[in-house]
Design a protein around this ligand. Structure first.
Ligand code: FAD
Length: 443
């Protein structure tokens, strides 16, 4: 497994965090603030993951932990946060918030550096160094080549459990019965729209769906595995700027742990974007001069690997508002599946949401054991690839929860470094206590 061991070691840290999305930011800041020497490795050239590399800038209505609260306050102080709001049927009293992606990237980077985190951009965690089932570091690939970073603890925040899978941790993916995986989205933004004309003359949803269906039927639009989803209303930027008009292809059954599948999807979608522009120019009022202004950097992935850990959060835990002695993150977002067949809309009625959320005024907790792989030591996993069933994933995958999970992982890793023990030996109840979990409330 570790043929790369003759490669030179360029650093040794208490904690190496792989992936700088919401989970990775939370993990690295918490580890460094806890006194651990911490390095954050990110394959892109900025932090924030989905929250900054795509127009997914709305942090859903649920708890995010104190690092998220601080990030939000700092972004707000710069005038780049929306007022918190709730879509119809959503009940978390604080609501959700839209934070401008580029501002999040800068502010989070400052928080990381102020905490003492070293940040390494353009660096891919290629494979863990594993000795006797214990992760001892990570092989990193960047433009200088391949090298080894040693670590007391590695935290896998890659969203796809890249490090855990490389270390031999057992992972699950998709629906065990029919193999369904939540849809991925390829997102792109368009410019050149006469928005006044569009607003005055826009078709209603049924007309739009019919136009898309007809365009597929007569060969003007091709989407072998998915549907084109015009979504100008989905990602509204906060005032005073205009709406960022973003469309996407929503595609079924892409295994995002498979680089070939991701590659094929991106090639296909980028080619299809030309067809979409032609379709929009012909069919939508105000779109006669439109153009693609930006492809977003990463394929929007809702579901890939989930590790098999020491506990699996379940649908029942979500729906009953389960609490645990080692509950290290709280969450209350509804079970938001995106895996219905193309063209079939998701049944997000008020009734659906009321049935698929913790009881009113309640939250569920995520045990520390879900971050600890069953069969690998010295490794924690945070973000959407923790140990959970698919229903729980559909709730906990949102960005505030991922940051909360990262904060817990970083806190535990710093405790392990201080005590000279492995993260899998840490008492989850002590992590909960360090996070103030004894006095958590719904708000
Ligand atoms: C279309 C879509 C819409 C969504 N809408 C919302 C929404 O409105 N609100 C909300 O709260 N959530 C939303 N989500 C969910 C949310 O965006 C993700 O589940 C969440 O960002 C996951 O956080 P994460 O930190 O686990 O991973 P990510 O945000 O995916 O971050 C992972 C990071 O790791 C890096 N990385 C990966 N592999 C490596 C490696 N080997 N080496 C180094 N770096 C690596 C990546 O570049 C990335 O920066 C949406 C998701 C999708 C797909």
């Amino acid at each position: 497994m570790n043929q790369l061991t003759d490669i030179s070691t360029v650093g040794e840290y208490d904690v190496v965090v792989c992936g700088a999305g919401p989970a990775g930011i939370g993990a690295a800041i918490a580890a460094a603030r806890g006194g651990a020497s911490t390095l954050l490795v990110e394959q892109l050239y900025h932090v924030g993951g989905m929250g900054t590399a795509t127009p997914v800038n709305t942090w859903c209505d649920t708890h995010g932990g104190t690092i998220f609260d601080e990030l939000e306050q700092r972004v707000d102080a710069l005038g780049q946060a929306s007022r918190r709001f709730n879509p119809k049927g959503h009940t978390y009293p604080r609501g959700r918030v839209t934070l401008r992606g580029a501002t999040v990237a800068m502010v989070a980077l400052k928080m990381l550096r102020d905490a003492g985190v070293e940040v390494m951009f353009g660096a891919t965690a290629a494979r863990p160094l594993v000795e006797a089932s214990q992760v001892k570091g990570v092989f990193i690939a960047n433009r200088a080549g391949i090298f080894l970073l040693r670590a007391h603890t590695v935290i896998d925040c890659t969203a796809d459990a890249m490090v855990a899978a490389g270390a031999g941790a057992q992972c699950l993916m998709g629906d065990p019965e029919d193999g369904r995986i939540m849809h991925v989205n390829f997102m792109f933004s368009i410019g050149g729209i006469d928005t006044d004309k569009y607003e005055q003359q826009k078709p209603d949803d049924a007309e739009l769906i019919e136009m898309i269906r007809a365009a597929h039927a007569d060969g003007r639009l091709h989407a072998p595995k998915g549907v084109f989803r015009p979504a100008p209303e989905v990602f509204p930027y906060h005032p005073p700027e205009q709406v960022l008009v973003t469309h996407s292809w929503e595609i079924e059954k892409v295994d995002c742990s498979d680089p070939q599948a991701v590659n094929d999807t991106l090639v296909d979608c980028q080619l299809r974007a030309l067809e979409v522009i032609e379709f929009l120019r012909q069919c939508l009022p105000g779109h006669e001069q439109c153009f693609v202004s930006r492809f977003w950097e990463i394929l929007g992935t809702r579901e890939s690997r989930r590790i098999v850990g020491n506990y699996m959060v379940t649908r029942a835990d979500v729906l009953t508002g389960a609490k645990f002695d080692d509950g290290i993150a709280q969450a209350c977002f509804f079970i938001d599946f995106h895996d219905s067949p193309p063209g079939v809309s998701i049944p997000y009625t008020l009734e659906y949401k009321q049935k698929n959320i913790p009881p009113p005024g309640e939250w569920y907790e995520i045990p520390y054991r879900c971050l600890v792989p069953e069969s690998v030591r010295g490794l924690l996993v945070a973000g959407r690839c923790i140990c959970c069933d698919r229903s729980a994933l559909a709730s906990l995958r949102v960005m505030p929860t991922c940051m909360f999970l990262g904060q817990a992982a970083g806190t535990a890793a710093a405790m392990a470094a201080k005590q000279g023990i492995r993260v899998d030996e840490i008492d989850g109840a002590a992590v909960k206590q360090a996070l103030g979990g004894e006095s958590w409330s719904y708000m």
